[in-house]
Design a binder for this molecule. Structure first.
Ligand code: MHF
Ligand code: KIV
Ligand code: MG
Length: 273
């Protein structure tokens, strides 16, 4: 038996090797049950800090804590056996210093047993990304629109829509690759910029609102399932779970009210003597 590959799980180095190849399929998931359903179909599952907005109705991702990420990371690991699981580092858990980032990344890896972490920021996080990767923590980077900077940005808006805004974003992508990130999320950036970055860096780019020029794509699961009521422009709804839930709950409420549920097959009689 191979000691190297006791599980069939996708690894961060395998994702890294897919630069320029077959597109990398990524979805977010926060729960065991949704994870069980999506795991066979995707290469990578992201436990995103978007869970604060999606599960808890928060207005931004800023209040999300390390404890919340670890709890949902464990739930996702229990539901998956194939995909690489990447857990977002929440706002405030890594920006102070490489040491703070390592301490909290190590907690995430130890307590969830996930395969990698993700953090937001380019040039300003390059030193931290190098510190983590040199110490055995695979890092997925995230540049372009970085939602944890919402208070500085003012709103969730697309980046790099004027050519004069391109240079810092290009530099961010180049520096995270040089620092050792195995992949980088490009969020909400104009297509020509996403194409230029994807063609010029050696690691896979995973786009969300960043055009088909990327090496892979990611969406928030609830958004693509049609379960979120407000979604960004870049979301395509591949399902209509919200409508299906409404219909099912309407049927349940009607059945309870007209006493057609529970029927005989859902009801216990007495044990036969
Ligand atoms: N459910 C969900 N889906 C996401 O994709 C997502 C989250 N939550 N939370 C964290 C971030 C925030 N994201 C967002 C949220 C909104 C827009 C959005 O609506 N942008 C507008 C433009 C708004 C403006 O220009 O001020 C758009 O038209 O896309 C974009 C990205 C992406 N991420
Ligand atoms: C949208 C993805 C990239 C993310 O960071 C999240 O779900 O938190
Ligand atoms: Mg996130």
């Amino acid at each position: 038996m191979s000691v190297q590959n006791q599980s069939q799980r996708v690894t961060a180095p395998q994702i890294r090797l897919r630069k320029g190849g077959e597109p990398i399929v990524v979805l977010t998931s926060y729960h065991t049950h949704t994870t069980r359903i999506i795991d066979p179909f995707v290469d990578c599952i992201l436990v995103g800090d978007s869970l604060g907005m999606v599960m808890h109705g928060m207005e931004t991702t800023l209040p999300v804590t390390l404890e919340m990420m670890i709890l949902q990371g464990r739930a996702v690991m229990r539901g998956s056996s194939h995909a690489l699981v990447v857990v977002d580092m929440p706002f405030g858990s890594y920006e102070e210093s490489p040491q703070q980032a390592f301490r909290n990344a190590a907690r995430i890896l130890k307590e969830t047993r996930c395969g990698a972490i993700k953090l937001e920021g380019g040039e300003r996080m390059a030193e931290t990304i190098r510190f983590l990767t040199e110490r055995g923590v695979p890092v997925m980077a995230h540049v372009g629109l970085t939602p944890q900077s919402i208070m500085a940005l003012g709103s969730f808006k697309a980046q790099g829509r004027e050519e004069t805004d391109w240079a810092p974003i290009e530099r961010d992508a180049k520096l995270v690759a040089e620092a050792g990130a195995f992949a980088v999320v490009l969020e909400a950036i104009a297509e020509p910029l996403a194409a230029k970055i994807s063609a010029s860096i050696p690691i896979p780019t995973i786009g969300i609102g960043a055009s088909p020029a990327c090496d892979g794509q990611v969406l928030v699961l609830e958004d693509m399932l049609g379960l979120s009521d407000r979604v960004p422009k870049f979301v395509k709804r591949f399902g209509s779970l919200g409508d299906q839930i409404r219909e099912a709950v309407q049927g349940y409420a009607d059945a309870v009210r007209d006493r057609s549920f529970p029927a005989a097959e859902h009801t216990y009689g007495m044990k036969k003597k």
